[in-house]
Design a protein around this ligand. Structure first.
Ligand SMILES: Nc1nc2c(c(=O)[nH]1)N[C@H]1C(S)=C(S)[C@@H](COP(=O)(O)OP(=O)(O)OC[C@H]3O[C@@H](n4cnc5c(N)ncnc54)[C@H](O)[C@@H]3O)O[C@H]1N2
Ligand code: MOO
Length: 410
């Protein structure tokens, strides 16, 4: 296999081409559906509003009576939200409240601020205003928001609270969503110790498993935590085999470089196929992608920043496709201006930790973290995104740059 680094877009394109969504669906109640991906269209079984209703507290009237030299109206009924209305008696008005059903025979609601009531008769405070009251004023018509039979939400949508509210508003309480994508995670490295234990010489805490668990949980995946594997070929192969058999996707961090202690790539090649290795990016160059059986395996560099960046650029889009998301899955970008100088460019495309802020004049400006180290995990808590700096590119303050926010929809 050609080991020359390939461009990020080409690598991501390959991952997405071969990706397919989990097809199995399950029925979940609305309060369990937040963040899940809709599998079947939501078609409204009702009109919304369900009936003509008042948008204001006031008086329901037939607008024809406003032009018929009538200056006051007997209040023939009182309709609060939750009550049924009776047909409006001719030439009368109904006291009505916001959200209450408009009586048959009325087509307009006059806000109560414009009215006065004496002896159960309603008058306009300023009778000359009657001509200005438009038929249909302050009425929400049946079906004006949603028509019975209308498709409300299409499959492939990640369900946000507002989607769930719309589904609830048409009376549906359980929906079909794709099952969660199950992702197995493995941390490779002899040096790794779980947080909470004491460190011996040469050891460090395993932070990548926590990072990956969080990133995957945010994406609504099921996480299969496979723990840590030593820098040993047989152990790596065993754990990879088990992980691949039990998950839709395996993400391994560490052990992908070219040293004698890096066993992940040869282990994947032994068990399956290595289809992609070395991406022309910084950090994250020694990325490996392949399959064991039909399970995709993404092996990222062990440096926490490299893991985070490669997750954002590769794992996330891949998972979105596997989840059944329809639409653009690659990270969104924001055009901005550099608030920094960049004088030592790399031959790889750089994804540097960056912070986007808006000036008072509304210009998006990007600052960069002072260290380029892919081990500097503090850069991730400082930044709110990445700035993309193309290969061999120097920048001065004010130059146009592309910013990739960490938190994005979908
Ligand atoms: N001769 C070369 N050496 C290296 C190259 C190269 O091209 N030639 N590439 C460098 C780059 S770039 C990177 S990135 C790393 C990638 O190395 P590995 O993926 O093999 O990762 P490790 O060596 O296992 O770890 C790198 C670094 O990250 C720490 N680490 C690993 N796992 C965890 C974890 N779960 N939690 C926290 N920290 C972790 C590990 O201790 C190392 O410090 O290779 C360079 N070398
Ligand atoms: O690619 Mo490494 O991730 O530059 O540090």
């Amino acid at each position: 296999m050609d080991d020359r680094p390939i461009p990020v877009a080409q690598a991501c394109g390959y991952l997405l081409e071969q990706a397919h969504s989990v097809n199995e669906t399950e029925l979940v109640t609305l309060n369990k559906a937040l963040g899940r991906v809709l599998a079947v269209p939501i078609i409204s079984p009702i009109d919304l509003p369900v009936w003509d209703q008042s948008a204001m507290d006031g008086y329901a009237i037939n607008s024809a009576d406003l032009t018929a030299n009538q200056t006051d109206w007997s209040i023939s009924q009182r309709i609060a939200a939750g009550q049924a209305s009776a047909p409006l008696l001719p030439h009368t008005t109904a006291r009505i409240f916001t959200g209450a059903p408009l009586p048959i025979g009325a087509n307009t609601v006059i806000v109560q601020e414009a009215c006065q009531v004496n002896d159960n008769r309603m008058q306009l405070i300023d009778s000359t205003m009657s001509a200005a009251i438009k038929p249909g004023a302050n009425v929400r018509r049946r079906g004006e928001d949603v028509a019975n039979g209308q498709t409300l939400i299409t499959p492939g949508t990640r369900l946000q609270p507002q989607h769930l509210a719309l589904i609830a508003a048409v009376g549906i309480d359980a929906i079909s969503v794709y099952r969660r994508v199950r992702v197995a995670i493995i941390a490779s490295g002899d040096e790794l110790v779980p947080p909470g234990q004491s460190l011996n010489a040469g050891q460090i805490y395993n932070s990548n498993s926590t990072l990956l668990t969080g990133l995957l949980t945010q994406l609504e995946c099921d996480v299969l935590e496979c723990g840590q594997v030593n820098d040993n070929r047989a152990a790596t192969e065993l754990l990879l085999t088990q992980a691949a058999a039990n998950a839709d996707l395996v993400i391994v961090s560490g052990g992908v470089s070219v040293g004698d202690e890096d066993h992940v790539r040869p282990a994947i090649a032994q068990l399956g196929t290595v289809e992609l290795t070395q991406v022309a990016m910084r950090p994250g160059k020694p990325l490996v992608f392949g399959h064991i059986g039909t399970t995709p395996i993404l092996a990222t560099p062990g440096n926490p920043v490299s893991l985070f960046v490669t997750f954002h650029l590769f794992a996330r889009p891949l998972i979105l496709v596997m989840q059944g998301i329809l639409g653009i899955v690659t990270p969104p970008t924001i055009p901005a201006r550099a608030a920094f100088n960049w004088s030592k460019p790399d031959k790889r495309c750089e994804y540097h930790r960056a912070r986007l802020e808006w000036t008072d004049a509304g210009q998006a400006m990007v600052q960069v973290f002072p260290s380029r180290s892919s081990a500097a995990i503090t850069s991730l808590t400082w930044a709110n995104g990445l700035v993309m700096i193309p290969p061999h590119t120097t920048l001065i303050e004010g130059d146009a740059v592309t910013f990739l926010p960490f938190y994005s929809p979908l």
